[in-house]
Design a protein around this ligand. Sequence first.
Ligand code: GLU
Ligand code: ASP
Length: 497
Amino acid sequence: MSQLSKKEIVESVPQKGFFGHPKGLFSLFFTEFWERFSYYGMRAILVFYMYYEVSKGGLGIDQGTALAIVSLYGSLVYMSGVIGGWLADRVFGTSRSVFFGGIFIMLGHIVLSFPGGLGMLFFSMALIVIGTGLLKPNVSSMVGDIYPAGDNRQDAGFSIFYMGINLGSFIAPLTAGTIGTEYNFHLGFSVAAFGMFLGLVMFVVTKKKNLGLAGTYVANPLSPAEKKKTIKIVGIAVIILAILVAIAIPTGYLTLNSFTALVGILGFAIPAAYFIVMYRSPKTTSDEKSRVLAYIPLFLAAVMFWSIAEQGSTILALYADKRTNLDFLGIHISPAWFQSLNPLFIIIFAPVFAWLWVKLGDRQPSIPHKFSLGLLFAGISFIVILLPGVLSGTDALVSPIWLALSIFTLVLGELCISPVGLSATTKLAPAAFTAQTMSLWFLSNAAAQALNAQLVKLYSADTEMLYFGIIGGVAIVLSIVVFFISPIISRYMKGVH
Ligand code: GLU
Ligand code: ASP
């Protein structure tokens, strides 16, 4: 039970002051801007850092292994949102969770700022996984907290916030990415750390004035009995895990392959468990049960979509490095810069799509149709990047325009799925589970990257065309399937549009 009413919280937040939006949006916007800056700054160079030779400042890891590790890391970053969301809801409240999360993330990047081996990299990743789980779902849900119920500025507020995400992601490869690839990887990681530091300062300095009581309460605090039980369960789980790890390492069971398999299972088992619990909960009404069923194919479509989208920082990064002519119009391009294109296109075209949906009004595609369109564009984006191989073989260097065109096509899809997905999750999840919708949506990305950890190993110069062709083809086929079952999904959505 919340001790503070929605009214008290909203009244404590200055309702004007940031483009006609509550002042708190300013704080949340820049906190998430810097958090995404640090995340995508690291991601812009991570795969290069791992497979570049030691003489070039990298770790010299095998390419396939590097690609798989980046995917696993991405999967865990979004999976940990489940724990971060739960901790905010039951223990810390969202504001403190965001603060703790920022500290962990900053420490993670600081660890990487110093030269070290694979052990240091894994340690840094663990810190960032914990930190992002605490920060990302909670900073997003705070956006919902600062508006009065039914305020029609809220949707626009989320769109502005989404711009913040992509502005941070746009600048990161150009700064941390350039410094990392052109000068020194560790210097690049330290830029990411500095970004998170600025985000934290911003949050701490402005939160009292701008966010008032928002996020300061624990929505559903643990009762003393629950607290005892939780401590016991967590204690036992930690001991079992420690024993398993202690046995698995010396006996050679804990390998990258077994860990990848484990994350692969968790990536799908966790959302499946969510669906079962939501469906079977006595608090879920029969209409809500129907909506849970409608959500499942949309969730799977999102998994396929993110699988392709997230390969922007793995397979397409490799493609930028190895297959692309990086001297273009007299400029030397850093392979990291291509990761700025996705957010750049989003910043440019998100307002166009928003305008289009308003203009189409009732004639705009339904939610399932938008998911189908999103998948279609994602599939086509892989067909686009397959073409240079068909036209000039897989040995020659190709024009960077191909990558730009592929990423542009993907973004058309991202704009059909990403902004819609979160609000669809909110509308389709049963009321008793609203605190977890943010993490539930991020689980589609976690599952996708868990899947990618398996897929990316299949990519090589020899399999390039087959790789893009099969994955792109599967996405297109799924898009058609979703298109045809859209009327059924819509019916199961019971009035949600
Ligand atoms: N690019 C998005 C972000 O970083 C992806 C998150 C999602 O899975 O919705 O916020
Ligand atoms: N478009 C991604 C997201 O919405 C950002 C990126 O790919 O860099 O945050």
